[in-house]
Design a protein around this ligand. Structure first.
Ligand code: ZN
Length: 150
């Protein structure tokens, strides 16, 4: 990755962490989940309103490092309005991407937008920060059990 691109990605991450999208509680949430990353101390709670198999609205609350909060913000921004099936595909692709695995399931705009987080694959401790919100979202969709980091 060249330096300009790296700088741009860092700016995107800082922007999301300083001005998180969809931040706050969600009245009328149908699903919620809470996640904690003990290695870094990051906490994330996600709330979603699912209507007719589609994610009608998402909010999150949390505190922790810039990566964990930026990743949560980016995730809510990208998942709102999608069907559950689309969301699951995107979540799977993101987890592959940040673990440095084959992320062929991410394409086009999705790939481009999530590429800002791809750099964390080089830092195993940071992968847990980046994936916290996504694991929390997964568990919220599956019924709301507390998310584990892996
Ligand atoms: Zn962290």
């Amino acid at each position: 990755m060249n330096d300009d691109l790296r700088e741009l990605y860092q700016e995107v991450i800082l922007d999301h962490s300083r001005h998180p999208r969809h931040f706050g509680a969600l009245a009328g949430a149908t699903h919620s989940g809470q996640g904690y990353n003990p290695l870094c101390g990051d906490r994330v709670a996600v709330y979603l309103a699912v209507d007719g198999g589609r994610i009608a609205d998402i909010k999150f609350e949390g505190k922790g490092c810039a990566i964990s909060q930026a990743s949560a913000s980016l995730m809510t921004d990208m998942l709102v309005g999608r069907t559950i099936a689309e969301a699951e595909k995107l979540m799977g692709g993101f987890l592959h991407l940040v673990k440095g695995e084959d992320a062929a399931d991410l394409q086009g705009d999705d790939r481009e937008r999530l590429n800002v987080m791809a750099g964390v694959s080089a830092f195993p401790m940071r992968v847990k920060c980046a994936t916290l919100a996504w694991h929390t979202m997964k568990s919220a969709l599956e019924g709301g059990a507390a998310a584990k980091t892996e």
